[in-house]
Design a protein around this ligand. Structure first.
Ligand SMILES: Nc1ncnc2c1ncn2[C@@H]1O[C@H](COP(=O)(O)OP(=O)(O)OP(=O)(O)O)[C@@H](O)[C@H]1O
Length: 282
């Protein structure tokens, strides 16, 4: 089967120029990952381990120092509407209405002759605002919306042109706990409906376990994948309060242990299954 994203031997080094000398920071070192088509893949790791660097490379905003990243077999050569990004801060255009913000990617497609006409774009924006639970806010400007609503608009905008991959860099970190949980459920619901491949970065172990089919645990200095944990839980949306179940707690604890014990070589898995230690398929 064709994988959507293959990361092979990826390294990223930043040059730093100080007052007297040049130094290099290795943000990512020899990373291998394989993210399947339609997978919900979460990444957790300590601050500075290279999560955003990896996402920027996947987005085509930054290029690898070594190694390669392939999407459906083709190397990434720059940003593309096939890979949408949602950042922590609501990167909406303040001078555009919610509907116009959602249409930004659609207009870009139309300029390249592949898109919808104006009336179709308006309908599509309405559809995607409804999908994120924001019917009726089409004409509102970002400053008239709450933080959670703005992030919903950002998700609608990222999805409206139907990308293959959704890249999310701590998208819910700035929200209050209740809104965050609502948007987690909304995202799971959208993922189930659209089967878009999602790569989701978070600081939150619980968030990673709740959302991910796989959780990649990173270690820092230099940034590496420490372990990939397969999360074998029921459909989160069909179980009441899955976060309180024993199994959920075991996954959370296992990942917590990985993050807090950087010298640890092996750990037992919550389910007794063998953990995958590299992202590459066997
Ligand atoms: N443009 C840059 N120039 C120099 N160093 C950089 C640059 N971008 C990132 N780094 C360094 O690379 C390392 C990884 O940074 P990155 O932002 O990817 O980490 P992160 O895991 O996303 O951190 P956080 O969780 O705090 O957002 C850090 O040491 C950082 O200082």
């Amino acid at each position: 089967m064709m994988s959507t994203i293959e990361i092979k031997n990826l390294s990223k080094t930043f040059q730093r120029t100080g007052a007297s000398e040049q130094s290099a920071v290795t943000a990512l070192e020899s990373l291998d990952l394989w993210i399947q088509d339609g997978e919900f893949f979460t990444l957790v790791g300590p601050s500075g381990c290279g999560k955003s660097t990896l996402l920027d490379i996947l987005a085509g905003l930054s290029s690898p120092s070594r190694g390669e990243v392939l999407v459906d077999g083709a190397p990434i050569s720059g940003p593309s509407l096939e890979r949408s990004v949602v950042f922590q801060q609501y990167a909406l255009f303040p001078w555009l209405t919610a509907a116009a913000n959602v249409q930004v990617g659609l207009e870009s497609q139309a300029r390249h002759g592949q898109g919808l006409n104006k009336a179709e774009r308006r309908v599509r924006a309405h559809e995607y605002l409804s999908l994120v639970g924001l019917e009726g806010v089409e004409a509102k400007y970002p400053h008239e919306l709450s933080g959670g609503m703005r992030q919903r608009v950002a998700i609608a905008r990222a999805l409206a042109h139907e990308p293959k991959v959704l890249l999310m860099d701590e998208p819910f970190a700035a929200l209050d706990a209740q809104t965050r949980e609502q948007l987690q459920d909304l995202l799971l619901d959208i993922w189930k409906r659209t089967k878009t491949t999602i790569v989701f970065i978070t600081h939150g172990i619980e968030e990673a376990v709740y959302l991910g089919q796989k959780v990649a645990v990173m270690s820092s200095k230099p940034g590496k994948i420490k372990e990939i944990v397969d999360i074998d839980l029921e459909d989160r949306l069909s179980v009441d309060d899955i976060r309180s179940t024993r199994r959920f707690g075991e996954y959370r604890h296992h990942i917590w242990t990985l993050l807090h014990n950087s010298n640890q070589q092996e750990t037992d898995t919550p389910t007794g299954k063998t953990l995958v230690t590299s992202g590459a398929p066997a």
